[in-house]
Write a protein that binds this ligand. Sequence first.
Ligand SMILES: Cc1cc2nc3c(=O)[nH]c(=O)nc-3n(C[C@H](O)[C@H](O)[C@H](O)COP(=O)(O)O)c2cc1C
Length: 389
Amino acid sequence: MGNPWFESVAVARERARKRLPRSVYGAIVAGAEAGVSRDDNLAAFDELGLRPVTAGQVTGQKLDTTIMGQSASIPVMISPTGVQAVHPEGEIAVGRASAARGIPMGLSSFGSKKLEDVIAENPATFFQIYWAGDRDAMSARMERAKAAGAAGLILTLDWSFSHGRDWGSPSIPEKIDFKTALEHAPDVLTRPRWLLDWAKTKQLPDLGVPNYTTNPDYVPGFFEAYGEWMMTPPPSWDDVAGIAEEWGDNFMVKGIGRGDEAKRAVDAGATAISVSNHGGNNLDGAPAPIRVLAECVEAVGDQCEVLMDGGIRRGSDVVKALALGARGVLIGRAYLWGLAANGQAGVENVIDVLRGGIEATMRGIGVRSIDDLSPADLAIPDGFSPTPR
Ligand SMILES: Cc1cc2nc3c(=O)[nH]c(=O)nc-3n(C[C@H](O)[C@H](O)[C@H](O)COP(=O)(O)O)c2cc1C
């Protein structure tokens, strides 16, 4: 390949599409049911306009902030995503890239690399759990994360086990052995560069989830852990309060989609929320988070940090989210595509693309500091947001 640098997330996505086996690429693009929410996550950003200045542009803007007590060179952090078989270095590469660019990282309990090893690369790592397994197992996961030095905890609560997709779900084996290799050969053999990356490590991709367990001698497979999660009765807000109390400070609830729920999360002890619909992988028909962000900000005021995720593909998206009251954003697919396209350097490239886009947008709208962004910087169409609740 020529110059591996890419100029936009769209280019990274295209490179990932060409490089990854179709099943792996399909699992990242995903989206639930008809993909309405996934598509709305992007469409909603396009509906928001920016109010430009001509003379009076500003340079050297202030872009840094803190997210759950960790410094962030730009108001962006890595969102937790499960099983990064897109690249042999997975979350280790993401940890290195985010640390090199000075932003925090969320690490999934369904991730593929041990949290101790990821935290060694980026100490500003927040560990993400689901309400899965019995309460003792959750406590043990939290204790392990504390012992490893996790900078915060993210509890993701919006998953509703909606499995059907109108375009069909790719078949993904738990481990690649001789039989599954043969079954998947047509898919995998057309992607020699991806295969070569793995061949160099003398390992085959497997879907083990080492952070789900607290038993050092046993790494469950993704589907085993997923099955247990699916059988776990959903939590009440009192249960959430119990987790908040047990963990302490720097506790985020991820997956909020309504103002009244944002308030409940704060009442339960959240110090941060992410307004999110799981990248549209979940309850199809849930509005894009950017549409309900202002409602959530309004509901909690300054009682907690409000972040959002879903559909961030360019720096102007970050600026729009901040103008509507977010402290920062989380990115998901964008960095997975960068990782697939060019490993650690690809993730750094994505973060640089976002930084450049934030700078250019703020220059164009004449705003010197991210702290000064407001809805007045945007052109917001009537009916952009659903009626608050
Ligand atoms: C492949 C994939 C795996 C994900 N796994 C997790 C996960 O393990 N935990 C979690 O909290 N969110 C998970 N998410 C959701 C992301 O953290 C984030 O909410 C979403 O990707 C944001 O939307 P975006 O991809 O448009 O940026 C996953 C998303 C994708 C695409």
